[in-house]
Design a protein. Structure first.
Length: 171
């Protein structure tokens, strides 16, 4: 478990350096049983600035997507099966199970951390629900969607997944 955490921490640190220097990993991601293995080293490998938009100013104006900031390679993952590993942050519960949650690159958004960039999390929906697992990285398998998502007129993310299953928890 400690080795997995060190590896994940190193990967996040390298992704941060690559992002800050403007480097993006454009090589094809590895695949496992038909699923692309997409880590936050790839998902967060580019700078994404949330476009300015005020839904109150002009309710009929279409919101800007910011899609032009997403590299072509990353947009190409939309609609593909993917495995994404990160930390769960539940946002909707049903009978004690998480049915909607974020997979995040790290736990720094919790409590006293910082606000992550929009490409530092994936909104995951799993109607059947899964047990809440926090403080350890976990993998989710499903279909990835890449592009601006809005709720009540405000951009809430650029990645979402309709998850099929949760990976096994390993110590």
């Amino acid at each position: 478990m400690a080795r997995l955490l060190r590896t994940l921490t190193l990967g996040i640190a390298l992704a941060t350096v690559a992002t800050n220097l403007g480097w993006a990993d454009t090589s094809a991601p590895a695949a496992e049983n038909g699923y692309l293995k997409l880590g936050f080293d790839r998902l967060s490998s580019f700078k994404f600035v949330t476009p300015s938009y005020d839904p109150v100013a002009d309710a009929k104006a279409p919101p800007p997507t910011g899609d032009e900031q997403i590299p072509t390679t990353v947009r190409g993952w939309s609609g593909k099966k993917a495995i994404i590993t990160g930390f769960m942050l539940p946002t909707k519960l049903d009978n004690g199970k998480a049915t909607e949650f974020l997979i995040m690159a790290n736990q720094m958004a919790c409590c006293f951390g910082t606000v992550p960039n929009l490409n530092d999390w994936v909104v995951v929906r799993m109607p059947q629900g899964v047990p809440v697992v926090q403080d350890i990285p976990i993998s989710f398998y499903g279909t990835l969607k890449v592009g601006a998502m809005y709720e009540n007129g405000y951009m809430t993310g650029i990645y979402e997944m309709d998850a099929e299953k949760m990976g096994e928890i390993k110590d």
